[in-house]
Ligand binder design. Structure first.
Ligand SMILES: [Zn+2]
Length: 410
């Protein structure tokens, strides 16, 4: 066998594994969506041969992922055997490394959230101590009495920053000492549980696609406005990552050449103009300089600003309107590039309601091609505020698109 033959054999093996993984995931998804469902119907919906369905469902049953449910046929004929997922028996841990808080939650694979806790992340100046803190908090969580006898099938974590989900590495974080740190390897070493990591906003876009407003569309973009501004792009039902793994960093589009310097080093980035902190600072500075406002300078929050903007407080209205215009211009660029069906906006800025949505919509209507905006919806998130839901979506992705389904044995 020459080198070329060997390479071909290797790629055939890899492809067969990928096909098996893909077919298993397709069947599992069909069972999840239509349960209880018979093998005949699975075959029809999945377009997979009955023999493949029998083989794959047998393996899923052996691993405890699905089980047979015995249903009495309504016509009184022989009993029909259907299949249903065992998602209530599969435990996963979802973690959000927030700006100051570490949120940890226990979910069943069905999506039912069981337990959760939040702790403040201490100010630690090196990655070793920070990783020790994460490991210790996860250990405390999974050894509590309610969980100690449960098998955990996966741990997923989300973080705001640049990450490489393929290597499990945090590339850059603005506040934590996590530069080029193989965080997944460290967590797996400590617990021997399959572990996944993703950028929080990208995973939030996935959560919206799996459980929220973009379930029925293949191409959508989630835009998150918080202490920064970011986006997650879903194309053909999958999160767009690219080779860099970090597509969607819209916070650093230059929107105001005369603006402030951003932490990235550039001037007038979108996030220096429309993040919650930026809006808060602008309102505070204007009130200090004597601008009339219904807000009390010594006691107001970012939420108060958005609500005052709706109540027609002129200062808040003008600053939020300006921010929404900048946001709308950036979203119009995304629409021109990617032509999504829906734009979902998440963050406290959505409290300003139509002031934000009408402005963004007007930008997309005047700054993109008619074909691109005629059927475009710009809507607020439909998901409840849950810091760990994005990480739970990452586990679902590992089942639907990765090899986690093959690795779970209950
Ligand atoms: Zn920047």
């Amino acid at each position: 066998m020459n080198v070329g033959d060997e390479a071909n054999t290797m790629s055939t093996i890899v492809n067969l594994d990928q096909v098996k993984q893909l077919n298993s995931a397709t069947i599992y998804k069909v069972i999840e969506q239509y349960a209880p469902i018979s093998r005949v119907k699975i075959s029809k919906i999945s377009h997979l041969a009955p023999a493949s369905v029998t083989k794959i469902t047998r393996q899923l049953m052996e691993n405890g992922l699905i089980s047979e449910v015995d249903l009495q046929a309504s016509t009184g004929g022989r009993r029909a055997i259907s299949l249903a997922p065992n998602a209530h028996n599969i435990n996963v841990i979802a973690i959000r490394l927030g700006q100051t808080q570490l949120s940890i939650a226990h979910y069943k694979l069905s999506g039912a959230k069981q337990l959760s806790k939040q702790v403040t992340i201490p100010l630690l100046d090196n990655s070793i101590n920070l990783i020790e803190f994460f490991v210790s908090e996860i250990a405390k969580f999974i050894t509590q009495p309610a969980l100690i006898n449960e098998k955990i099938s996966a741990i997923s974590m989300t973080i705001s920053g640049l990450v490489n989900p393929n290597t499990g590495t945090v590339i850059y974080h603005a506040t934590y000492p996590l530069q080029n740190i193989a965080l997944v390897e460290e967590i797996q070493k400590a617990f021997n549980i399959p572990t996944f990591i993703g950028n929080h906003t990208r995973c939030l876009a996935l959560a919206e696609h799996y459980f929220g407003a973009t379930q029925q569309c293949q191409d959508s973009i989630l835009v998150s406005v918080h202490h920064g501004v970011g986006s997650g792009v879903i194309m053909e039902g999958k999160v767009l990552l690219g080779k860099s793994c970090n597509i969607g960093e819209i916070g650093h589009i230059q929107i105001n050449p005369n603006g402030k310097q951003c932490h990235c080093g550039n001037i007038g980035c979108l996030e220096t103009e429309v993040s919650d902190n930026a809006i808060f600072d602008k309102v505070k500075a204007a009130i200090s300089a004597g601008s009339p406002s219904s807000l009390n300078i010594s006691d107001f929050t970012i939420e108060d600003i958005y609500l005052a903007a709706i109540d027609k407080d002129p200062l808040c209205q003008s600053i939020v309107q300006q921010a929404a215009t900048y946001l709308g211009k950036s979203i119009a660029i995304l629409v021109n590039l990617l032509s999504p069906e829906k734009i979902v906006i998440t963050g406290k800025i959505t409290l300003a309601g139509n002031l934000v949505f009408d402005t963004v919509k007007a930008c997309t209507e005047t700054q993109t091609l008619p074909d691109f905006h005629d059927h475009l919806s710009v809507i607020p998130t439909t998901l409840a505020t849950d810091p760990t839901l994005a990480a739970f979506a990452l586990t679902k992705q590992a089942i639907y698109e990765g090899d986690l389904l093959q690795r779970i044995k209950v």
